[in-house]
Design a protein around this ligand. Structure first.
Ligand SMILES: Nc1ncnc2c1ncn2[C@@H]1O[C@H](COP(=O)(O)OP(=O)(O)OP(=O)(O)O)[C@@H](O)[C@H]1O
Length: 251
């Protein structure tokens, strides 16, 4: 059984169909890239898989747990770095990571170790006791990365992992994600960044209009086309045909 399994997933918000028959599976050891344009249904899929919202239909499992029937158990097992998430403004990074450790039933010594390790790895030691409200957006993102991994989960869902980070930290985070997946964990990364996906992912699923339109292995020889070419062909090509041109406006 894979780490993540999705079959026939559907989710609408009123009259808007966000996810429309999504299907894929991710194994341990994979760094799976979920690549698609704005509004393709990536965040909605992650929110369903992490038990934050209920789907309309579909068979899904995460580490052999059903996120619909057991949302709390699912969230306990996984790490989540949400899109546009930020740590509570009224806590410091140290306090927030202690809180996360408590919620996740970690020993205080383990949390202290993890906090020191992450602060060192991402360079926020000097900010450990500063309120988040006084940290930059990038510094807050570093704390959010730390909270996703503090309990060393077997599956991690990450929405745009490199947003707001400087190039040096981006490199460190990319290398960390690659090594974390190689340690028999499943890392699921939603992104718009084709270059990053091509650089770090073992496999990529391209999403458009709430469906997986194609998948590509980046470890096996999977054709001559670059990921950008595959993306443009399968996604932008369709959008481009629908995009009104000046000639349409003149007509
Ligand atoms: N809470 C909501 N209420 C109504 N519609 C929503 C809601 N959340 C998302 N949608 C709609 O569902 C569709 C899919 O949105 P979703 O956020 O899953 O896409 P995405 O691929 O993550 O996009 P982006 O890359 O822009 O973050 C979009 O049309 C969006 O407008």
């Amino acid at each position: 059984m894979g780490a993540i399994h999705v079959d026939g997933l559907r989710k609408s918000y009123g009259s808007v169909t966000a996810v429309d028959g999504m299907e894929f599976a991710v194994d341990r050891g994979e760094l799976y890239g979920f690549l698609g344009p704005n509004g393709a249904g990536k965040t909605t899929t992650i929110r369903v898989l992490t038990g934050q919202i209920q789907p309309d239909s579909g068979d899904i499992s995460v580490l052999e747990t059903d996120p619909v029937a057991e949302p709390i158990e699912t969230r306990r097992n996984v790490g989540i770095l949400p899109e546009q998430g930020s740590p509570p403004s009224f806590l410091t990074p140290r306090e927030y990571l202690e809180f996360v450790g408590e919620v996740r039933d970690l020993e205080p010594e383990r949390v202290a170790e993890q906090t020191a390790m992450w602060a060192d790895r991402l360079g926020f030691e000097s900010k450990l006791d500063t309120l988040h409200t006084d940290l930059s957006r990038g510094q807050q993102q570093k704390v959010m990365i730390a909270q996703a991994f503090v309990h060393e989960p077997d599956v991690v869902f990450i929405d745009e992992p490199l947003a707001n980070l400087d190039p040096l930290v981006q490199e460190q985070v990319k290398q960390f994600l690659v090594s974390y997946a190689a340690g028999d964990n499943a890392v699921f990364v939603s992104t718009h960044n084709i270059d990053v996906a091509e650089e770090i992912c073992t496999r990529v699923g391209i999403v458009a209009d709430g469906q997986l339109v194609t998948e590509r292995s980046l470890t096996d020889d999977d054709g001559d086309e670059s990921l950008l070419e595959v993306f443009l062909d399968r996604v932008e090509g369709e959008d481009a045909r629908d995009t009104p041109t000046l000639e349409h406006l003149d007509a």
